[in-house]
Write a protein that binds this ligand. Structure first.
Ligand SMILES: C[S@@+](CC[C@H](N)C(=O)[O-])C[C@H]1O[C@@H](n2cnc3c(N)ncnc32)[C@H](O)[C@@H]1O
Length: 236
């Protein structure tokens, strides 16, 4: 299924496009280019990004799958991701995981299941991090995802410029109003990238999409970081 058809089908089923058609095409093309055997997505909401990822896997053939994690309350979204993916006939490739508390806990379980003799066997080649956008959650998520990412794999961080204070959905909530000024106004995903991921010895190739410029060259066998500058608004 082409990315244009995914967009059309998402409109048909009334799925809010938290991933815009342009962003969806970038996700789709990235998957076609990288040919991951396994994809991890943190934050699926209504499933729009998941649909583009799943359509790209179908296009590639093979039997690669997506594990996508959100919270229990994602079931209550209208339409929810399960319905959207089923209606688009893209559900076969996707395992939706509903976390009671946070994807960091579900990642602990995955790491535990893949660990033997004090070594974790990785299972993903591409991770798309588009969930909490906070230092507290995604700082830990980065290290957990890294354990599950095969050598040469890629992490895409979305919303590197996003802040709690600029979020239309969150800025007027009590939680955000009570935050100290610096926590409210700091792009926290960018802190995860600049202070953790970019300094990590396993990551060598930075590719930036959106309004930060683009450097598509993979220079060595290390893992890649991809930053997306788009700001997608969402409710939590
Ligand atoms: C921006 S939305 C995801 C949008 C989706 N990737 C898309 O483009 O269609 C962020 C999602 O992350 C989820 N989320 C935020 N923090 C989370 C956490 N700690 N654990 C699990 N899910 C979380 C929210 O419930 C929300 O559905």
């Amino acid at each position: 299924m082409s990315p244009e058809l995914v967009t059309q089908r998402l409109v048909d089923v009334g799925c809010p496009q938290l991933t815009t058609p342009d962003e969806g095409k970038q996700l789709y093309d990235f998957v076609l280019e990288q040919k991951p055997e396994g994809i991890l997505e943190l934050g699926f909401a209504h499933g729009s990004s998941t649909a583009y990822l799943a359509a790209a896997l179908l296009e590639l053939g093979g039997d690669a799958r997506i594990t996508s994690i959100d919270r229990e309350d994602a079931r209550e979204r209208v339409p929810n991701a399960e319905t959207v993916l089923r209606q688009l006939e893209l559900d076969e490739r996707v395992d939706l995981v509903y976390a009671h508390t946070s994807y960091t806990w579900e990642l602990m379980k995955l790491i535990q299941a893949r660990t033997a003799n004090a070594r974790t066997e990785p299972l993903f080649d591409f991770a798309f991090i588009d969930g909490a956008h906070s230092w507290e959650t995604d700082g830990l998520a980065f290290f957990l995802v890294d354990k599950l990412l095969r050598p040469g794999g890629s992490i895409l961080f979305d919303d590197v410029h996003w802040t709690f204070g600029n979020s239309a959905a969150l800025k007027n909530t009590d939680k955000v109003r009570r935050m100290p000024e610096d926590e409210r106004t700091t792009p926290q995903v960018m802190k995860v990238v600049s202070l953790l991921a970019l300094q990590h010895p396993s990551y060598g190739n930075l590719r930036v999409s959106g309004n930060l410029g683009l450097d598509p060259e993979a220079r060595d066998g290390r893992k890649r970081l991809v930053l997306a500058a788009f700001c997608w608004s969402f409710g939590q």
